[in-house]
Design a binder for this molecule. Structure first.
Ligand code: KG4
Ligand code: ZN
Length: 357
């Protein structure tokens, strides 16, 4: 079975062809980061227009590299949410047109499911496992019980963790995207120089919050202005250490909670999303797993960041179960994997969460 996967939920335009034997026949990703850099973050309208401009060419390239024509495909999968609505429409409508024209089954994939199942594309991995999803749009801990069966243990009540890195980098004048810039600056910094808060640490549950940390950082930056290189590096290191403490403590708690809920230890901890590129965080998570005797699966970086291969793979997992979608399926800006999960602690009114949460 060969499936075309299309991803346009945010600022990456991506198309891939994956085979059911896990061969990645092609995987083409076009990052729009340069288009958004000027604005210090993703501009939804610019993202949608860029997808329109490039998607057809990327799909043609993905097919060409795979050595396949539309007729030789067995299905088409596209991200239908959560994400920027204008951006999602471009990918989903394109997938519908291909499905209609070539009489292919359509799979409307939840982007988070794409991340959640991606580890199974590159490693033998059974259900259930725990997923720490850390990206520019998400910060969640989920039990992946099966395809389509997820239990959310925690999520962010304000910013996603990558978003926190991006905002912190902007405060420190380090540019965009912020994660790599902070990691680079932190290498020469002293993580103990500034005492930054660890929001929600020690509180019950597995939810996250990063806005207080960002505000504390802003106060330091204002007090130190103009910021010299030494203080900037020390602030970056202190910020990264605070994020690390929060992620480690929450993940430790989630491993225990998952074991309790499942009445057995999860098969592994999987970490996905762009923030999983951070070497400081990777080392700390590896240490936690070694201490706990937990198998750690860190998918390769090209699979951690947004891509079409993970969407094609989620499509294959769904097609195997006979799960397809009608051409009338609608994109969803919000689409939690665990629809039954209660809102995170501290979130009173609907609408407080960001569009992608
Ligand atoms: O998964 P991703 O490529 O896109 C989505 O948001 O879905 O994640 C991008 C995010 C950005 O916020 C970026 O700053 C962050 O991942 N990131 C990092 C690092 N590399 C990328 N954060 C911390 N350290 C890094 N090395
Ligand atoms: Zn993503």
């Amino acid at each position: 079975m060969n499936v075309l996967g299309i991803e346009t939920s945010c600022d990456e335009t991506a198309a891939a062809v994956v085979a059911s034997d896990k061969t990645i026949r092609s995987n083409v990703v076009l990052s729009q980061v340069d288009k958004h850099r000027l604005f210090g973050g993703v501009v939804p309208e610019i993202a949608a227009r860029a997808h329109v401009e490039h998607l057809d060419r990327l799909i043609a390239e993905a097919l060409e590299r795979a050595g396949l024509s539309f007729r030789e495909l067995d299905g088409v999968a596209a991200t239908a949410g959560p994400g920027l609505i204008g951006a999602l429409i471009v990918g989903l409508v394109t997938a519908k047109a291909i499905a209609a024209a070539h009489r292919l089954p359509l799979v409307a994939v939840n982007h988070l499911e794409g991340h959640a199942l991606s580890a199974r594309l590159v490693e033998p991995l059974d259900f259930p496992y725990l997923l720490l999803l850390v990206s520019g749009g998400h910060c969640q801990l989920l039990i992946v019980e099966d395809v389509g069966r997820y239990r959310r243990l925690g999520t962010t009540i304000d910013d996603a963790v990558g978003e926190a890195f991006d905002k912190a980098a902007r405060l420190l004048g380090l540019g965009y995207p912020g994660g790599p810039a902070i990691e680079h600056a932190a290498r020469t910094g002293n993580p103990a120089r500034y005492d930054l808060p660890r929001p929600l640490l020690g509180r019950p549950g597995c939810d996250f919050s990063f806005s207080g940390l960002k505000t504390a950082l802003r106060h330091h930056v204002e007090a130190l202005a103009p910021l010299d290189e030494r203080s900037c590096a020390d602030l970056a290191a202190s910020f990264q250490a605070a994020i690390g403490d929060v992620l480690i403590e929450r993940t430790r708690g989630a491993l225990a909670l998952a074991a309790q809920r499942l009445r057995r230890a999860p098969e592994a901890l999987v970490v996905a999303g762009g923030v999983a590129a951070n070497a400081h965080l990777r080392a700390r998570i590896a240490k936690l797993c070694a201490e706990r005797g937990v198998r750690l699966v860190l998918p390769p970086l090209w699979l951690c960041t947004d891509n079409g291969a993970m969407i094609a793979w989620a499509g294959i997992e769904r097609l195997y179960l006979g799960l397809t979608d009608p051409l009338s399926v609608a994109p969803r800006a919000r689409w939690p994997l665990d629809e039954a999960a209660p809102p995170p602690a501290g979130v009173g009114r609907p609408g407080r969460l960001g569009a992608r949460a």
